[in-house]
Design a protein around this ligand. Structure first.
Ligand code: SF4
Ligand code: F3S
Length: 107
């Protein structure tokens, strides 16, 4: 089992999640983070830390977000590890809970 970052992280990327991960399994892209499913130890610490409520246990990912399970796995192989909190983008609050952010995912 792993945890999965889903759509509401896109363009928010608050990074509070990386601060609590004991195994540094978050990877960072231009405007989104993913979890490496092969490194995640299923500790659940990150889930309540995300202000965007973007992190789910793999078996609780909503139906319309299922593609993020494969996206986390794929992008964790190509994006670098992030282990320290960063300042979010200045407009991160404006993008919080905006629907339809999938189209803005940058690789
Ligand atoms: Fe890291 Fe634990 Fe979250 Fe997995 S569940 S990404 S190990 S904090
Ligand atoms: Fe994204 Fe939430 Fe982490 S917005 S960077 S999953 S704290």
């Amino acid at each position: 089992m792993t945890f999965v970052v889903t759509e509401n992280c896109i363009k928010c990327k608050f990074t509070d999640c990386v601060d609590v991960c004991p195994v540094d399994c978050f990877h960072e892209g231009p405007n989104f983070l993913v979890i490496d499913p092969d490194e995640c130890i299923d500790c659940s610490l990150c889930e309540p830390e995300c202000p965007a409520h973007a992190i789910f246990s793999e078996d609780e990912v909503p139906d319309h977000q299922q593609e993020f399970i494969a996206l986390n796995k794929e992008l964790a192989q190509v994006w670098p590890t992030i282990a320290e909190v960063k300042k979010p983008a200045e407009d991160a609050q404006d993008w919080l809970d905006k629907p339809g952010k999938r189209q803005y995912l940058e690789r």
